[in-house]
Design a protein around this ligand. Structure first.
Ligand code: SAM
Ligand code: SF4
Length: 335
């Protein structure tokens, strides 16, 4: 029997997030600069290579696969990859195949994703105001995303909305967003903005809205009950009693969530990041490409990488400075 992946802090690695492209049809101000230079195509793993890598991780005990990017649904022929991964759901090797998307292409793909076995989709949405949406995403259009969400719910997907909490931007929409999600039976998770990548002239400290403040404002209007569920991820959850809805808070900056971390991240070029908030990575592309007929070198490279998984990250916005800054973009590592 294959031995499971256990890191030096006795955390079992059961969750792989895969960024299938660094490209995107939006340019969210906290994520990208307007003029991004994207990777040349030859640097990217092919869909077949992504399949081989993911399949190897699943053989080593990964049970949950989240596909992200960049915008995963703009990768050419991406449904081939989802369809290929669904064989692992059928065999029971994989328990869940999920997706994080900006929603722009969901209308086109919602049904096919459902047929491939995807059941839950995270859609990123920071505002319900059309103008503000255009400003924050630079290139996005809100109605297109809303139609995507409709299509996904019609197809049977459970939707969770991810909202980056942005000072002076969506503070005034806190209740509106929570109530809109409740009315559509969608959970909602707020994310603190993280210091990742060069974003041009934007200032991170100007964007940062502490989620403790957000939570206390929400609790002035709703009864929030802490939920003990632990997903192994950075989110802490409460139930909004009046609506029954789950609200998550991803607070890498005000709280450290690392002790139960069960995940690693693979970029579209085959770099394996053992921690979102650290620069350390291991290249999987060379062991993959240099050994087309056997996965044993690749397996060894994965095990060696997991043996280097750090205890946690060093993000810090205290003392009005940005500590633990990470040079790569979130769209490269996959959020
Ligand atoms: N394009 C897809 C999307 O927007 O959902 C998937 C990739 S995107 C990088 C994944 C998530 O990362 C999104 O929810 C986005 O809001 C979040 N994100 C991007 N840059 C961030 C940052 N600097 N801090 C916190 N969250 C960020
Ligand atoms: Fe694209 Fe997602 Fe980054 Fe926005 S957050 S620019 S949608 S990758």
């Amino acid at each position: 029997m294959t031995m499971q992946l256990i890191d030096p802090f006795q955390r079992a690695i059961s969750y792989l997030r895969v960024s299938v492209t660094d490209r995107c049809d939006f340019r969210c101000v906290y994520c990208m600069s307007e003029n991004m230079t994207f990777l040349p195509k030859k640097e990217l793993l092919t869909l077949e290579e992504l399949d081989r890598l993911c399949t190897t991780f699943i053989r080593l005990g990964v049970k949950k696969l989240r596909i992200t990017g960049g915008e995963p649904l703009v990768r050419r022929n991406i449904m081939m990859f989802f369809n290929a991964m669904s064989r692992h759901l059928d065999s029971g090797g994989l328990e869940e195949l999920t997706l994080t998307t900006n929603g722009s292409q969901l209308r086109r793909f919602a049904l096919d994703l459902y047929k491939a076995g995807v059941r839950r989709i995270n859609v990123s949405l920071d505002t319900l105001d059309e103008n503000k949406f255009s400003n924050i995403t630079r290139w996005g259009r809100l109605p297109q995303v809303l139609k995507g969400i409709d299509a996904a719910q019609d197809a049977g997907h459970r939707i969770k909305i991810n909202t980056v909490a942005l000072k002076g931007f969506n503070e005034d929409e806190l209740l509106k967003l929570a109530e809109w999600c409740a009315s559509r039976d969608m959970d909602l998770t707020f994310i603190e903005v993280m210091p990742m990548g060069d974003i041009g002239n934007e200032n991170r400290l100007d964007q940062y809205w502490n989620l403790s403040d957000l939570r206390s404002r929400l609790s002035e209007h709703y009864t929030l009950t802490d939920l003990l569920m632990n997903t192994g991820g950075p989110a802490r959850y409460v139930r909004m009693e009046e609506t029954g809805q789950k609200i998550g808070f991803i607070t890498p900056l005000t709280h450290n969530f690392c002790e139960s971390c069960n995940r690693v991240r693979l970029t579209c070029t085959g770099e394996l990041y053992m921690c979102l908030g650290q620069e350390g990575m291991a290249d999987m592309r060379a062991p993959l490409r240099d050994n087309p007929d056997s996965d044993s070198v690749l397996e060894k490279a994965i095990r060696n990488a997991i043996a280097r998984k750090p205890r946690g990250h060093d993000f810090d916005y205290s003392r009005n400075a940005i500590g633990g800054r990470i040079s790569r973009h979130m769209s490269h590592t996959g959020g």
